[in-house]
Write a protein that binds this ligand. Structure first.
Ligand SMILES: [Ca+2]
Length: 224
């Protein structure tokens, strides 16, 4: 009888304990949307592979992050396909989205990197679109272009912190679409520059973007 009593009194504790264990392994997947604008401060996009190009977020907004800034760098991973005006790229260090209200909240992501524990499905893809009226497609290099960069972003968990600390954030994937201001090709120097740049005065290349996908958090941190 005494044993039975002890068992019954321990039962609620056991139930609570098992609930905590069960719920702590629950995951919450939330939709993620990010929009922003910024520039490539160096003023050129290299057309040769493996040359870093810094780029930043001056004004951004995202679910869970809110208003934020950011910075990162990319590189072309191979010489561009000049016949089709395309190029493949990846980040060379995790892009850091930093909350403006609370700079310890950092979402860091690799993009276009197909290796590692959270790989992208493919390399980033850049495409140059001529915006010239009646441009002659047989002579594309004197055209004015808008460059579109598309890449899958995956969390670089070891560099995430605050709300995105790896004890909370577990996984994620979102596809980013970035569009430059009008640019032109400087074939002599093998670079792409703002349409108003001169060799003596390279203007930062402005761009803007949106991205959407999901982030997966340990319960209950999806909405905290
Ligand atoms: Ca042309």
């Amino acid at each position: 009888m005494k044993t039975m009593k002890m068992f019954l009194s321990a039962l609620p504790l056991a139930i609570v304990f098992s609930l905590v264990v069960a719920t702590s392994s629950f995951a919450q997947t939330i939709p993620f949307l990010v929009v922003g604008s910024g520039n490539a401060p160096g003023g050129f996009i290299p057309l040769a592979p493996e040359i870093p190009m810094d780029h930043n977020t001056e004004n951004g907004w995202a679910i869970k992050l809110g208003d934020h800034t950011g910075d990162g760098a990319l590189q072309l991973v191979a010489p561009p396909d000049l016949a089709n005006l395309t190029a493949q790229f990846s980040s060379i260090r995790p892009y850091r989205f930093v909350s403006s209200a609370n700079p310890t909240d950092v979402l860091a992501c690799n993009y276009g990197i197909t290796t590692g524990s959270l790989p992208a499905a493919s390399l980033g893809q850049a495409t140059f679109y001529s915006i010239d009226d009646g441009a002659d497609p047989s002579t594309p290099f004197d055209d004015t272009f808008i460059a579109r960069f598309v890449a899958e972003f995956r969390p670089a968990l070891e560099e995430c912190s605050g709300k995105f600390d790896p004890s909370r954030l577990k996984n994620g994937s979102f596809t980013m679409y970035a569009f430059t201001a009008p640019v032109k090709i400087d074939a002599v120097n093998g670079i792409v520059v703002d349409v108003n740049s001169t060799p003596e005065n390279l203007i930062p290349i402005s761009y803007s973007w949106f991205g959407f996908g999901t982030l997966k958090f340990k319960w209950p941190f999806g909405w905290l």
